[in-house]
Design a protein around this ligand. Structure first.
Ligand SMILES: [Zn+2]
Ligand SMILES: [Zn+2]
Length: 226
């Protein structure tokens, strides 16, 4: 059945700079959704030979609306089908839909958009936590965020900058031990360490790396002469 409803019109495809492939439904001109093919072959036993298809999920699409009457009249079946484009053949096809909401759980671009929204919300919350801690002069929550590998780069960068601005020597250990692969974060950490040393009249012992007084002649940690 997949091929029998080909409308003959060429599918229109647009390449948007950011979102990758985009297909417009030839029947209703709405953007088609990228849809993940389930791991099992449910339709014709042949499979689609792709991990995703483009499907028109517009419930008002004429193709979808008319499909129910067509299936009922021709096959006596209470089911419909939606417009679908296979990404390899670019052919207009139809994919059976057992109900209005069938298959909607596998819409990839909507899932991705929801994830993006969630992620931005998470970032804003982390930024708010940073600001609160900065105002309250609490370094621990800021260190936690700086050390959290899964935080946004901009958030961790802000955390590194704040620790420098707070000039609190207790942040030194954490700053010295941050493992970051990002050059921007490393650079900000170097700046913040300098700032904290300057404000506290301290420096790093060149032999044992402990924090000591700028004017120390002998390191109190390793007893080396400076
Ligand atoms: Zn449509
Ligand atoms: Zn030392």
């Amino acid at each position: 059945m997949s091929n029998s409803n080909s409308s003959g019109t060429a599918p229109s495809k647009k390449n948007k700079g950011t979102g990758g492939d985009q297909y417009i439904c030839p029947h209703c001109s709405k953007k088609m959704n990228k849809w993940q093919v389930p791991p099992f072959n449910f339709s014709d036993g042949l499979g689609w030979c792709t991990d995703h298809l483009y499907i028109c999920f517009n419930d008002q699409c004429v193709f979808f609306k008319n499909s129910w009457g067509h299936m009922d009249a021709n096959y006596g079946q209470s089911m419909g089908y939606r417009a679908m484009i296979h990404p390899d053949s670019k052919e207009n096809m139809a994919i059976p839909a057992g109900s209005v909401d069938a298959m909607k759980g596998n819409i990839l671009d909507e899932i991705q958009e929801a994830k993006d929204r969630e992620s931005i919300e998470k970032r804003n919350k982390a930024m708010a936590r940073l600001t609160d801690a900065f105002i309250a002069k609490e370094i621990e929550p800021i260190i936690d965020i700086l050390l959290a590998g899964d935080e946004w780069l901009s958030v961790r960068l802000k955390a590194a900058q704040m620790l420098g601005d707070m000039k609190d020597l207790r942040a030194m250990d954490a700053l010295l031990n941050v493992e970051s692969e990002h050059e921007t974060i490393k650079e900000q950490i170097r700046k913040s360490i300098k700032k904290i040393h300057a404000a506290n009249y301290t420096k790093e012992c060149p032999y044992c790396a402990e924090v000591i007084k700028q004017r120390a002649k002998i390191c109190k940690h390793c007893n080396k002469e400076l």
